[in-house]
Design a protein around this ligand. Structure first.
Ligand code: DCP
Ligand code: MG
Length: 244
């Protein structure tokens, strides 16, 4: 729950201006807005990475996990990159990789022991995103925050990941910044942000009907994505291998 939250990065210009929203437990909410609208800032606030200047942010005690807009890899094995210092049972890693559609790791030269990062194996953007998601999943958060973290996947794989999340984490609240209309349409609710304010909060199809600015934004996204998805659709599997 966010109540009248104000936040600025520089103490000067408010990036979030009086944001009030309640996200019910177990739901999947898409955060939608133009670039610079404050989506990443909102997720960072919910994750507790930054503090509000005023207002309140309440999250369940079991905590939240964020998958960053730019997923990072450490120099270390696949396993270390997922565990990040905590003790994770092998079967939990297996489940997380399956939910994240990240089974490509088993095809790497040494599977889960393959060294990644600086002097190890490089991964494609979509592979990184899926590994970063698995990293968040093994921590079993009450709230999962995804900052456009399936955007580099082809639409089919992305839809699979979202369906997996829904099936595996029915208790988990998912707050996902999304820009692909087909993804947005899969969410239970949409939080539409413009210029640091929540302009609308409701079902995608309702907002399409009743909020013209939202409809225009979605149409612009559709236009942008069509070209990108055409590129992503075919070569992703071949790309998975080549990048190894
Ligand atoms: N901003 C800032 N300092 C930062 C990060 C952001 O001053 N360290 C500013 C830039 C934007 C505003 O805050 O004007 C909101 O930034 P967000 O990163 O929250 O915006 P989005 O995530 O919505 O944008 P994008 O879609 O590009 O990721
Ligand atoms: Mg952002």
């Amino acid at each position: 729950t966010l109540r009248d939250v104000h936040f600025s990065h520089d103490g000067d210009r408010d990036v979030l201006r009086g944001v009030t929203a309640t996200i019910d437990g177990g739901r999947t909410v898409a955060v939608v807005g133009a670039t610079g609208a404050g989506k990443t800032s909102l997720l960072h606030l919910i994750a507790g990475l930054v503090a509000a200047d005023s207002g309140s942010v309440t999250v369940p005690a079991a905590g939240s996990r964020i998958v960053f807009q730019e997923p990072f890899l450490l120099a270390g094995s696949v396993r270390e990159n997922i565990a990040l210092g905590i003790d994770v049972p092998a079967d939990a890693i297996e489940v997380a990789l399956a939910v994240a559609e990240a089974q490509f790791v088993y095809d790497l030269p040494a599977g889960l022991d393959t060294e990644l990062g600086e002097r190890g194996v490089g991964l494609s953007g979509g592979q990184r995103q899926r590994l970063a998601l698995a990293r968040a999943l093994v921590r079993r958060p009450a709230v999962l925050l995804l900052d456009d973290t399936t955007s580099a996947l082809d639409p089919t794989t992305e839809a699979k990941v979202l369906a997996n999340l829904r099936a595996a984490l029915s208790q988990t609240t998912v707050v996902a910044v999304a820009s692909r209309p087909s993804t947005i349409a899969l969410a239970d609710d949409v939080l539409y942000l413009d210029n640091g304010q929540v302009v609308a909060h409701g079902r995608h199809d309702e907002l399409m009907q009743s909020v013209p600015a939202y409809r225009q934004l979605i149409e612009a996204f559709e236009h942008d994505r069509a070209a990108m998805d055409a590129e992503l659709a075919e070569p992703i599997d071949a790309g998975d291998r080549k990048s190894v």
